[in-house]
Design a protein around this ligand. Sequence first.
Ligand code: PLP
Length: 433
Amino acid sequence: MKHTKSEALFSRARKLLPGGVNSPVRAFKAVGGHPVFIDRAEGAYLFDVDGNRYIDYVCSWGPLILGHAHPAVVDAIARGAARGTSYGAPSPLEVELAELVLDFFPNLDMVRMVNSGTEATMSALRLARAHTGRDLIAKFEGCYHGHVDSLLVKGGSGMLTLGIPSSPGVPANVTGLTLTLPFNDEDALKTLFRKEGDNLAAIILEPVIGNSGVILPAPGFLELLRALCTKHGVVLIFDEVMTGFRVARGGAQERYGIKPDLTTFGKVIGGGLPVGAYGGKRSIMKRVAPSGDVYQAGTLSGNPLAMAAGIATLKTLQKSRRLFDTLERHTTQLAAGLVGQAEGAGFAATANHVGSMFTLFFTDRPVNSPADVATIDPRVYGRFHRAMLERGVYLPPSQFEAAFLSTAHSKNVIEETLDAAGDALEAIAKKHR
Ligand code: PLP
């Protein structure tokens, strides 16, 4: 496969954009090699500037649940653009998308549209702090909630030490209000609430982790979390930016039967355009300005093109309940098939999957926490990634990320992927043994 044009573009880009990209993981640093530059995309496929075709399991990091350039979404954007690209005033589209989101997520009474997942989590935290009159927040190790200062935190050496900034530029006294604890650890959770429960404004989590690779909640873990939050008056925030419309029609809250106090969204609700949202019960949401005193605003929030793309996506999803079953069946087949191919080539492998997201981990042990992921040698995944790219399959360029399927990933596409995987794994096994 030739990558001449991509390589030339990457050299140019590196002079102009830090690391040559506008979001770090795109630079392929975790897997080695150079990124390919995309010219266009359609259905399950990406086409790069050198004319190579790839089956895409990144799907823009989750939003494209209907695949690339779905006709309903393209049509909505094209027709919308002709009516003007931004009004800075209310439009019926905002009402329609809000109604659709609430239809999928009946636990919510109100939502506020923003422009990204980061904005959604940042705003939800502000609201939770105002609602409770408390400053302290808690998050789980290995969960990512966007690049919000107070959430760019790595745990200290003990569970209840002050959070340490995980990026220069984040003041220690900002992260000092963020406690971190291990995911799926009931004892740590009980200790946190015993010591700090009455001081906590909010606890935020990915109810299924996607940002350490896919990690499922242990049975009873979310239930315990819900009960402790209720007992101590702590706002429970489900960050469903990734899991919303992915792990079930109504996200993790539907799948696991838990009602969070606030929910954050992104990705799918924008149909590939920049949208985020946060929502919850009216009693909390009415504090948001202008109905309340918690300030939050956005020049492009509720943007008509973004709303139109989101509406077209959610309406298409709404048409068929079977669609989610099919997505999950295909994901299960692919995950099982990849493990089979890996084992057939002599690799230890396990796959975590739920709904239309999965991660293939090269390990023989179950992966139930980000700490388990940290024990895996990422070089094997790096080799697999490069070998798959050469065979026309675009996987997430990091072992610590979820892969996504879309409705365009048909049975044939999955079979083609498994054939490529078998070939790639044999080639890696030969070279590295
Ligand atoms: N929350 C979760 C769970 C995410 O996966 C992400 C992004 O990947 C975000 C928040 C941040 O969203 P955005 O990149 O749109 O700011």
